[in-house]
Design a protein around this ligand. Structure first.
Ligand code: FAD
Length: 98
């Protein structure tokens, strides 16, 4: 069967290749995957995703995009609120004077 113009429109997707499955690549892939006309291919150099033992601090304003992507509820289950957090500015030379 010869496809009509409308058929070809229905099957042709805009393709996006994302190189890097870090937080930026995954957020972009997740956001674009909500659009049915876009096909997302995510390429990651590492052989697999795994825990690396690093902690993660999520600042307040970062919750908004996490909410928009629909991942905030899952993250909240694993997270703990940090109370009485103080930040300070220092140079590595203040600690290691070399
Ligand atoms: C020790 C440490 C602690 C941190 N703590 C925090 C924190 O608490 N809170 C916070 O918000 N930020 C923190 N950061 C910063 C945060 O990790 C980075 O800002 C963030 O990870 C950057 O994300 P990204 O996706 O841009 O890059 P990356 O996380 O670096 O991801 C890039 C990905 O691309 C892959 N890649 C590279 N080249 C290729 C290629 N050619 N083809 C395919 N894949 C490729 C890499 O394997 C990697 O997985 C921390 C950083 C460090 C180093």
């Amino acid at each position: 069967m010869v496809p009509t113009q409308d058929d070809s429109k229905a099957t042709t997707k805009f393709r996006v290749a994302i190189c890097g499955g870090g937080i930026a690549g995954i957020c972009l892939a997740l956001s674009l995957s909500k659009y049915p006309d876009i096909q997302v291919d995510l390429y990651e150099a590492a052989a697999r995703f795994t825990e690396i033992g690093a902690g993660l601090t999520v600042q307040g304003r970062t919750w908004k995009p996490l909410e928009l992507m629909g991942v905030d509820a899952t993250l909240r289950k694993a997270a703990a609120a940090a109370n009485n957090v103080a930040t300070s500015e220092f140079s590595i030379r203040d600690i290691f004077p070399f």
